[in-house]
Write a protein that binds this ligand. Structure first.
Ligand code: AN0
Ligand code: CP
Length: 320
């Protein structure tokens, strides 16, 4: 595997899930693969889980790890070609990428959508330059439009806790005070469609996700109706994807706290598990009661980030 952005990069999901289960039992089984190899993890944005779990995964595989926070101590990077660099940016990505690549064997990149230019965000402007100019395998640690390591961990978690062969999984929008990317719901929808689950997406009108990710998944604008009989509820905020109205891209269209996941909605589910990728704002996205309930999976879900990252890095090392 040379790039990791979409579910298709991983090949058959049943094989990947078996590999994940095996690695969870024996985390250091492939420790020899990373010997004398280095993974470089580059963060253009904040992270707690991805930063820690990906480092742990790399160590499971015997890799050396170098972490770079671009905004703390590196030169400010220009990402657009053709710009006259007379502003505050001292270095261009076009030099920085091959330089960084010369010190490592694998590269992980965390970068958020700008939420201003839909086309640039959906072209994955920064990640694409790493893929094109580094000559190294590159994996998304959440890029502008996708968060595949999260979606893979989510799928592992659902498979581990599912009491039915084809569970009903509801992806619900929830309110948030700041505009957030669509990366998490995009990947979650993409991965659930590829898995054997009954996916229902619910959000206020105007929040329609890009068809590239959501395909023809069922969309239900009535949140209570969507929750009926659900086995898993996956909450997330996202800003307007600009699918129905391009001018609204990146905007907050609703702050309706009726959408905050509470016991009221959970009561109509089939004793559903609650999931969220974290970080989560309590009593905006989900109430204290729901996130603290025994049906909440947010902690095992985050723990599975180590497992999804170990499988992905293992695949990349095997292909070197
Ligand atoms: C980010 C997002 O919504 O994409 C990261 C989630 C993993 N969330 C925040 O910035 C709060
Ligand atoms: N879920 C997730 O990716 O969290 P971080 O932003 O803390 O890495």
């Amino acid at each position: 595997m040379h790039t990791f952005l979409h579910v298709s990069d991983l090949g058959p999901l049943d094989v990947a899930l078996r590999e994940a289960a095996e690695i969870k039992q024996e985390r250091y089984k492939y420790e020899h693969l990373g010997r004398h190899r280095t993974a470089l993890l580059i963060f253009f944005n904040n992270s707690l889980r991805t930063r820690l779990s990906t480092q742990k995964a790399a160590r499971n595989l015997g890799l050396d790890v170098v972490v770079l926070d671009v905004n703390q101590g590196a030169w400010k990077l220009e990402t657009e070609r053709g710009v006259v660099m007379d502003g505050d940016k001292s270095e261009h990505l076009l030099e920085a990428i091959p330089v960084m690549a010369s010190y490592c064997d694998l590269i992980g990149v965390r970068t958020f959508a700008g939420l201003v230019d839909r086309e640039a965000d959906y072209a994955e402007n920064i990640l694409t330059q790493f893929i094109r100019y580094s000559g190294r395998p590159v994996f998304s640690m959440e890029s502008a439009t996708a968060h595949p390591l999260q979606a893979f961990a989510d799928l592992i978690t659902i498979k581990e806790h599912s009491e039915k062969p084809r569970p009903k999984v509801v992806l619900t929008w929830a309110p948030h005070p700041r505009a957030l990317p669509q990366a998490v719901p995009n990947s979650f929808a993409e991965w659930m469609r590829a898995a054997d689950v009954d996916l229902v997406v619910t959000h206020p009108e105007g929040y329609e996700l890009d068809p590239l990710f959501v395909g023809d998944a069922r969309v239900e604008y009535d949140q209570m109706k969507a929750f009926e009989g659900a086995d898993f509820v996956y909450a997330k905020n996202w800003s307007c994807p600009g699918v129905t109205n391009a001018a609204d891209y990146g905007r907050i269209l609703s702050t309706d706290r009726e959408w905050t996941v509470s016991d009221r909605q959970m009561a109509v589910t089939d004793h559903a598990h609650f999931m969220h990728c974290l970080p989560v704002r309590r009593n905006m996205i989900v109430t204290d009661e729901v996130i603290e309930s025994p049906r909440s999976l947010v902690i095992p879900e985050a723990a599975n980030r180590e497992i999804s990252a170990t499988v992905v890095l293992k695949r990349m090392l095997e292909a070197l």
